[in-house]
Design a protein around this ligand. Sequence first.
Ligand SMILES: Nc1nc2c(c(=O)[nH]1)N[C@H]1C(S)=C(S)[C@@H](COP(=O)(O)O)O[C@H]1N2
Ligand SMILES: [Mo]
Length: 444
Amino acid sequence: MTTEDAPNPLENVAGNGLLDRRLFLSKTFLSATTLAIIGSSADARAQRPTEPWMTKPGAPFTNYGVPSPHAAGIVRWVSANPDLPGNGVAWTPLQDLDGIITPSGLHFERHHNGVPQIDPARHDLLIDGLVDRPLKFTLDALLRYPRESRILVIECGGNSNAGWNSRPAESPAGYFHGLASCSEWTGIPLRLLFAEAGVKPSARWAIAEGADAFGMTISLPLSKLLDDCLLAVMQNGEPLRPEQGYPLRLVVPGWEGVTQVKWLRTLWLTDRPVMARNETAEYTELQSDGKARMFTFVMEAKSLITTPSAGMHLTTRGYYQISGLAWSGRGKISRVEVSADGGKTWADAELNEPVLPRAFTRFRVPWQWQGQSAILQSRATDESGYRQPTRAALIAERGRHGYFHYNAIVSWEVATDGKVRHVYVDAAPEAGAGPSDPLDRAWN
Ligand SMILES: Nc1nc2c(c(=O)[nH]1)N[C@H]1C(S)=C(S)[C@@H](COP(=O)(O)O)O[C@H]1N2
Ligand SMILES: [Mo]
């Protein structure tokens, strides 16, 4: 960077205090922060206390590490059907995390009838239907096939559905948008297994079934399975967690979570979809034009600011780093813009590497908060050119019967006292909202 390029840390690039993202590269960066400046280093050293952990041996080794007790509050938030505790969700606390990988123990959960405790020695995968040779793979056999690893988001189609509510939900960011998590998945490309079985030319769909007591059944176009789907056996370097489908799950890059069948037991090749509960009674939606949407597999681009976000409190004025996540089921995120004035002006956010297709992308932008009220927003654009819509635009397009696939721009209001809450900024037509707000049936 040349001297002429060096941004003035106090120069706004967009309204209400947004600073140039090049500030992150600048040598003058520290002047914008609130570091404690020490006087003489000798004095400073002498004044530092000797803490108890500096003088006695630390804890012994452990077989499996757990977070610090001081980070023990970073947990999933469980919301299950009281009459049927196995049917519900557990949200990823996106507001407490950074980077792009969701720790396995905090990956969101969505089960329809609990987590089966599968004995891998008694589990196998059947590939049958329109194939030349029906095959049953034991786990041992599967583990000999070549594997690939991909960092991918899984997002429930019902994620963020509180956005359809007529009043803004006041929950922390992750308990609103955290039915999305990003892991490194390692597994066998499905095309290898289908090649073993020999796909008959008439096969167009595969019906995937899980071994859970819900008997999850989903129809998937064979073209997608042959293109880029994995039979995952590992998550973030270790065997899948039971909650994520141990010992086998389908990973369907960029598509809604319900397609990514956990505890996978059968792939049945057919010439047509089976029209199961989760593709007809659910996941089929009436539009404002009176037509129904179904088999809406791809999760469109979405982004949200995770810090600051609803429920947080800015206690001191000065420099802040706005940080958040963007992702798209269509590929890479190409741009994230941030606004501090409710969408009037926008600044480009810095996209942290790696920027991977269908994975979380971490974005950051520097911001000066001098106690003014602000409305923080982010909007993502993906490599297909698709740009995340405003809430009003989404409602105009999809009507008020929506429940799934809510991906509108999220607005966090920072009040003059520093408290952050969720607000709606645009005049969306609230009339015609359903009798109950969608959050009331968050486990559908
Ligand atoms: N067998 C089975 N697979 C399933 C489900 C289920 O209940 N049973 N839930 C689906 C739904 S709706 C979602 S959103 C994802 C959630 O994956 P996760 O719990 O690993 O986050 O799994 C999908 N696969
Ligand atoms: Mo889902």
